[in-house]
Design a protein around this ligand. Structure first.
Ligand code: SAM
Length: 291
């Protein structure tokens, strides 16, 4: 039986023996608290029939716990220096393998086809590198991979934005993009003291349960997300002013009030008060009017 990696003593010993100095630029903050690891792993609801994609295994603290439960674990790590170390720490788990690469550049569809054919369901489970949290999540969602769950440790502030409901200052285009594809749930808040080295922000574990169908029906997804984005360009301005600036000229903006009212939306409201359903209605009405 392999000793658990997630303790300050073992982590420091491994880093020292391999002569590794961690890189801040790669978001290398390693988890050294077994309780948090167990919370992450149990939120993913894994068993032997399931596959896991991990992003950024580091020295394998989370990979090890995932490998004890899941049928197959594939981890993508950008830092080549960690590969010999991972080979050592994961040697007891033949169904876990590490791919060297940048997750933002790896073509995930063929990787899923190759690696997860025998798995019933696949989850992404990771303690993400914080400098690219949003691009990673958006890549996973937009590529429409066959995912059941995404359970990730991210900055608390980003987790709050992903799970925000209409009406508050955290609610914005990220909330809508994530909630279009998933049902988010914050699993636990994590203090910065459980990492080596400690990051400058508090963290949260969030679970994104991937929906079988998007939350609302829209004809043109790109246009729907464009309308959402446009509505938050200047948060303090009304929906009318933001949309007028994006889609209309001085001459044509006369019709915007009627379009908004036709979609059931008061022109004086701010973008942060509109629900996803209202954005769907609005994008349909706008697209018909702009044709
Ligand atoms: N999983 C480990 C843990 O929980 O202790 C390490 C997590 S650490 C926050 C993030 C990891 O992501 C680091 O190992 C880092 O090298 C890796 N990483 C950073 N950028 C990456 C990228 N673009 N693609 C893949 N891995 C990346």
């Amino acid at each position: 039986v392999q000793e658990d990696i997630a303790s300050p003593k073992r982590t420091n010993e491994l880093l020292k023996r391999h002569g590794l100095v961690l890189k801040k630029s790669l978001g290398q903050n390693f988890l050294v608290d077994p309780n948090i690891l167990h919370k992450i792993v149990s939120a993913a609801e894994l068993d032997k029939s399931k596959g896991v994609l991990e992003i950024g295994p580091g020295i394998g603290a989370l990979t090890q716990q995932l490998s004890k439960i899941a049928g197959k674990v594939i981890a993508i790590e950008i830092d080549q220096r960690l590969l010999p170390l991972l080979q050592e720490t994961l040697s007891a788990y033949p169904h876990a393998s590490v791919i060297h690469g940048d997750v933002l550049k790896v073509d995930l569809k063929p990787l899923f086809d190759d690696q997860f054919q025998g798995s019933d369901q696949v989850s992404v489970v990771a303690n993400l590198p914080y400098y690219i949290t949003t691009p990673i999540i958006m890549k996973l969602l937009e590529e429409k991979l066959p995912l059941e769950n995404i359970v990730v440790m991210i900055q608390k502030e980003v987790a709050d934005r992903m799970s925000a409901k209409p009406g508050g200052k955290e609610y914005g285009s990220l909330s809508i993009a994530v909630q279009y594809y998933c049902e988010p749930e914050i699993v636990t808040i994590v203090p910065r003291t459980v990492f080596i080295p400690q990051p400058n922000v508090d963290s949260a574990v969030i679970r994104l349960k991937v929906r079988k169908q998007p939350a609302v029906e829209v004809e043109d997804e790109d246009f729907f997300f464009d309308v959402v984005q446009a509505s938050f360009v200047q948060r303090r301005k009304t929906i009318y002013n933001n949309l007028a600036a994006r889609y209309f000229s001085k001459e044509t903006k006369g019709q915007l009030e009627a379009i908004l009212l036709g979609a059931g939306i008061e022109p004086s409201r701010r973008g942060e008060t509109l629900s996803m359903q209202e954005y769907a209605q609005l994008s349909r009405a706008l697209s018909a009017a702009l044709e």
